[in-house]
Structure formats: C-alpha cells, structure tokens
Design a protein around this ligand. Structure first.
Ligand SMILES: Cc1cc2nc3c(=O)[nH]c(=O)nc-3n(C[C@H](O)[C@H](O)[C@H](O)COP(=O)(O)OP(=O)(O)OC[C@H]3O[C@@H](n4cnc5c(N)ncnc54)[C@H](O)[C@@H]3O)c2cc1C
Length: 420
C-alpha cells in the first residue's frame, strides 16, 4: 500500500503513527512545507517567553528521528493540488499516486490588511517562523508599545510575552469581553479585572482602524477614535482551515467535511485536524474544533482506517484550557446556552471558582478559574452525558474532584440536575 499524508503537523504525525502500527511494510509519504518536524503551535508563545527552548516546540523529536522511527518518506514540498478521483498529489516537481491520501494541512492565521501598518510591524502567531520573528524583534529591544488585536487564547498569550519584555500593551477586541467564545460574561469581567490590574490597557468593542505617525511615534487609531502608541501590532484575529489543496475535489464547508471514520466525500481521501470539520457532540452539528487533542484523535482515527482498521472518532466538545499571567482559565461547551446555574467560589476571591450551566439534563457549559486539575474529569463527565450515559460520577472521579477542591454539595447537585 502507498499512503500520502499532506501536511505534517500533529494530525499528520498521529496518522503516520497509526498507519505504521497496522502496516509495517506500506510506503508512507509525508508532504510538509516547513522543512521542520511536526510542531506544537500552542507552544510558540512559551518559546518567545523563554519558558521553552526552541527544541521544545517539537514534541515528537527532530524530523529525521521521526522519519526513521516511523519509516517515512519525506517530501519537503508544498502540495499544490490533491486530485481526489485519481488519488494523486501534485507538487511543483510532479504527480504521485497513492492508494489512500490524508489531508492534514491544519489552519493558517489570517488578518485583513491594516492601512498604514508596515509589514515588518505586523505580526501573526501560528507558525515557528511567526514565533521566531516576534522573538527576534523583541530581542532587539526597540519595542516599547504594542497593540494586540483579538482577546482570544492566542491574543492573551502574546500579551503575556509582551508584558515580560516590558512593552506597554493594549489588548483590543470588537467583542464586548475577553474570551468571548469561551467565557461567561461574569467570568470574563473577573479575568479582565485581573489583567487590567497588571497594567494592560483593555479596549472592547473596538479594533484597530489604521496606523499613523504622530510626532515620530507609530500610533494605532482605533475604530472608536482613540489613539494608542504601537511600535508593533499583533493580529490574533482568527484562523482559517487550509482547504485549498482539495477545493472542488471534496465537500467543504468551513473545513473539509468528514464522517466518524475521518473519510471525506471522496473515496480514499481522508482529512483530520484543524482543516477538518467533524461533529460537535453538544450541538450535533459539524464544526471545526481547532484543538490539539482533537487533531491527535482525528489523525489517529484517520491513519488506522487508511491502513484497513476500524476506528471511529465520534466527535468532541469545545474546550479551552489556558494558563496565562499566573491564572488558569478553562472553558467547556457552548457559552451561549442558558440554563440552571451551579456555582462554587467567588469571582473576586482567591482559589477555585467553578460555574456550570445545566440544560436539558446535561452540563451545557462550564468555566473554571484557577484549577486545571478538575478539567479532564469534568470534560469526561460532559462527554458521557452527551453520549446518553447516567449522571453519576464513578467513585474515583468523585474523589479526584473532591481532592481538587470541588465541594461535595456541588457534585451532588450537578448529579441530581443532570439526572433530569
Ligand atoms: C497561538 C496558539 C495557541 C493555541 N492554544 C491552544 C490551546 O491552548 N489548546 C489547544 O488544544 N489548542 C491550541 N491551539 C490549537 C492547536 O495548536 C491546533 O489545533 C493543532 O496544532 C492543529 O494541528 P494540525 O496538525 O491540524 O495543524 P497544523 O499544526 O497547522 O499543521 C499543519 C501542517 O501542514 C502544513 N501544510 C499546510 N498546507 C500544506 C501544503 N499545501 N503542503 C504541504 N504542507 C502543508 C503546515 O505548514 C503545517 O506544518 C493553539 C494554536 C495557536 C496558534
């Protein structure tokens, strides 16, 4: 068998590993356009901060080691097109045919152009190159002020890096609150208070309109008319699934549509990771869930199926787990769903705070501040409820939640409410 993997991030890596587990003799061809080993985009800001050496960005080891370990044939080339009907991969150097092809091209950071912003002052945050560029710029020591656009998980991590370098930072977002897709407004407000206390200038309901030079100072003119000094601008506005290589070849919505086996609409062509649109278990709809663990699971399922196995990945729920500025924030589920509120702790106090919204016998969403220890158990619980299993926690998980600081009354109420 000949397998072609297009894109070598974590989804591509997990697929290659799963193929090799089942098919020791098959040819596994991997196409990557970076010349680097699979890297972890969520660690880019940790590298700039100095919490990690550059090698820490590559969790599976150097490229040659990975290729040796998994018996891969590497193609350091950008794929231009995948022709689904012929199972063919096209690059500048020619066309190769395969028995099975995986699209694992991930996503790219995008930002609309900002008038007056020179390219050397505009920064995105996704790739190793993005991280290196920002690090080199900050190490030069000439950045005194910056605007970060996008109060997302990526945006706040860039803010943290800039703060460490002693840069005066403004964080702006058109949304009314920080983490608008994950946090409940009350929780956002508490996080904003803590961030503002550290001297970060927060502006919501506004974004950058254009750049101007004021008395020699590069200045961002915001959409609300205010002005902010900005030697550089970091645009953490969003990502787009990288689907161009299969445009017109398979069904695509926001991402490449896949079933539980990670099959696309074209036989023999699979997709996994941030380029793929699988099932959101909460809504039942297909949605891109751009998360590391999701890409791993989808990649592993795709690889196993490509090699003739029978693997299913039913779907996932939205979840964000992030550590920044000495706090932990965890958001699960859809924060727009209203329901009965279950709360422990005080938002303006120290220590664990949990807010869960129960709707239709399920935990529709949850926010947790300052305890990452309970996140895995809570997510597992939510997934079991979505799968239609009972509302009681196994004893060991209950014990773990109690140990992490959740009170027995909270757990009891959650169990009763989810029993319906
Ligand atoms: C700043 C930041 C913070 C994040 N924080 C979190 C977090 O806290 N928690 C979490 O779970 N997730 C987080 N994520 C998301 C997580 O990193 C991604 O979900 C995950 O890395 C997706 O993996 P992937 O393999 O699908 O895609 P990618 O990592 O994007 O890999 C795709 C690869 O394919 C290559 N490629 C693309 N097109 C082609 C082509 N035509 N030819 C050849 N190669 C190609 C790309 O160059 C890339 O190397 C964060 C991401 C960023 C950027």
């Amino acid at each position: 068998m000949r397998y072609g993997i297009v894109g070598f991030g974590t989804a591509g890596y997990h697929a290659a590993q799963a193929i090799r587990e089942q098919d020791k003799a098959g040819e596994v061809h991997v196409y990557g356009d970076t010349g680097l080993a699979p890297y972890n985009p969520m660690l880019t800001t940790y590298y700039i901060f100095g919490k990690l050496p550059r090698s820490g960005l590559f969790p599976f080891g150097p490229l040659e080691e990975v290729a040796d370990r998994l018996g891969l044939t590497l193609h350091h080339e950008r794929v231009q097109k995948v022709r689904a009907q012929d199972l063919a991969v096209e690059t500048e150097r020619g066309v190769q045919r395969y028995d099975k092809i995986l699209i694992a091209t991930g996503a790219t950071a995008f930002a609309p152009p900002v008038k007056g912003l020179s390219p050397q002052d505009a920064h995105l945050m996704r790739t190793v190159d993005d991280a290196q560029r920002l690090k080199d710029r900050l190490d030069r020591g000439d950045v005194r002020s910056a605007v970060v656009v996008g109060a997302s998980m990526a945006g706040i991590k860039v803010v943290e890096v800039l703060e460490k370098y002693g840069v005066r930072v403004c964080l702006a977002d058109l949304a009314p609150h920080i983490f608008p897709l994950a946090a409940y407004p009350e929780v956002s407000a508490a996080i904003e208070k803590r961030v503002a206390k550290r001297g970060i200038d927060l502006r919501f309901g506004a974004t950058i309109d254009h750049m101007e030079l004021w008395n020699g100072q590069k200045t961002a003119v915001m959409t609300d008319g205010s002005v902010v000094p900005a030697d550089l601008v970091s645009l953490c506005i969003g990502t787009r699934a990288a689907t161009q290589v299969v445009q017109g070849e398979v069904d695509i919505d926001r991402g490449i549509l896949v079933n539980e086996r990670m099959e696309t609409s074209a036989p023999g062509v699979y997709a996994a990771g941030d380029c793929a649109q699988g099932v959101n278990l909460e809504s039942g709809e297909k949605q891109i869930i751009g998360l590391w663990a999701n890409a791993n699971r989808q990649g592993a399922a795709a690889g196993a199926n490509m090699a003739g196995g029978e693997a299913r990945f039913e779907g996932n729920i939205l979840h964000n787990i992030t550590h920044f500025m000495d706090m932990d924030f965890i958001g699960f589920g859809d924060n727009r769903i209203q329901g009965e509120l279950l709360e422990q702790g005080a938002l303006d106090g120290d220590g664990l705070y949990v807010r869960a919204v129960i709707s239709g016998g399920r935990v529709a969403g949850a926010n947790i501040l300052d305890s990452y220890r309970i996140s895995g158990i809570l997510k597992n619980y939510m997934l079991r409820l979505f799968a239609g299993e009972g509302g009681s926690l196994p004893d060991y998980q209950r014990a773990m939640l109690l140990q992490a600081g959740l009170r027995a009354e909270f757990i009891d109420r959650m169990e009763v409410m989810t029993r319906g």
